[in-house]
Design a protein around this ligand. Structure first.
Ligand code: ZN
Length: 305
């Protein structure tokens, strides 16, 4: 799966709690679908989970549509469609649309609570967004054929200080974000926290890699492995701290965590030598792994709850 698809899959797995946010998400999906007019909505995607996600959020708002799939030379294409006249009428009413001015502008009154904007942007991203692999470069973008919608979307992103830009590429409106920090924040805002964390990890690894330029290739490979492991543990410990789990840990785990935070760059055996209490490399490794496991369990619970 591409990084874009990872982000979209993560978004589609999040539950949306409030009815206002569900409506905002459905509205975002409609605005940034292939077609949205007086005949209904058509959304096409290569990602089956994305089509079913849009069907589900529409259904939870009381609007029924169908998902079909077609085999194309480039692969499977999934299509979500609302075209049954009664359902179209209901949808236009819920989205405050007059039949002659559909999808011209984003109606801000449909974004009612603070989380509504997040739900709207997340669903819009599922329908028209792409994100470059952060190993190559940082670029997140939304594509739309409709000029005013793209301009309004840029406005919503700017309001939340994500520093968007807008341009035309082959007649398509592109709203994009290049700064890695804003991309991380937007991904987290849209509910793709794991993707945001992955970008942070790549950044730290890149910095460490620059520092080790002088070393031979073989050494660099080993350092990368150590650096990746160290970054993961450090992130896990920081995550536990942020979520007030740190003080509840057993003393040996707390000591191991403090040690890693104090010397984030040292290899495991160097770190074991720094310990005030004698500890073996494997004993320390065991404790650090346990911390990672606790953080990932906590994150899993947050994601599901
Ligand atoms: Zn809401």
């Amino acid at each position: 799966m591409s990084f874009s698809q990872d982000v979209k899959t993560e978004i589609t797995q999040k539950k949306i709690a409030r009815p206002c946010c569900l409506l905002a998400a459905s509205y975002g999906a409609a605005c940034f679908s292939r077609y949205f007019d007086s005949r209904g909505v058509v959304f096409q995607t290569e990602l089956g989970t994305a089509a079913h996600y849009v069907k589900r959020i529409f259904h939870l708002c009381g609007i029924e549509g169908n998902v079909t799939s077609k085999q194309r030379p480039s692969g499977m294409v999934y299509e979500f469609k609302v075209d049954e006249p009664e359902q179209v009428r209901l949808m236009l009413e819920k989205f405050h649309c007059e039949p002659d001015q559909i999808s011209l502008r984003i109606d801000p009154t449909l974004l009612r609570c603070p989380q509504c904007s997040a739900a709207f942007l997340a669903a819009a991203f599922v329908c028209c967004g792409t994100m470059t692999d952060p190993k190559k470069e940082y670029n997140l973008e939304f594509l739309s054929n409709r000029h005013n919608l793209a301009r309004d979307l840029e406005g919503i992103l700017a309001e939340h200080e994500f520093r968007p830009h807008r341009t035309l590429r082959k007649g398509v409106n592109v709203v994009y974000i290049k700064a890695s920090e804003q991309i991380e924040e937007l991904l987290a805002f849209m509910g793709a926290g794991n993707a945001a964390m992955e970008i942070m990890n790549h950044k730290v690894i890149k910095e460490l890699r620059n520092k080790t330029n002088r070393l031979t290739n073989c050494e660099t490979a080993n350092m990368d492995k150590t650096a990746t492991a160290n970054v993961q543990v450090t992130r896990a410990i920081e995550y536990l701290k942020q979520n007030h789990m740190f003080d509840g840990l057993s003393q040996p785990l707390r000591e191991a965590a403090e040690l890693r935070l104090a010397w984030p760059d040292l290899s495991l055996s160097q770190l074991a030598e720094k310990s005030p209490q004698p500890i073996s490399k494997s004993g320390l490794s065991h404790r650090l792994k346990k911390l990672e496991r606790l953080a990932s369990e906590l994150q899993q619970r947050r994601t599901n709850g």
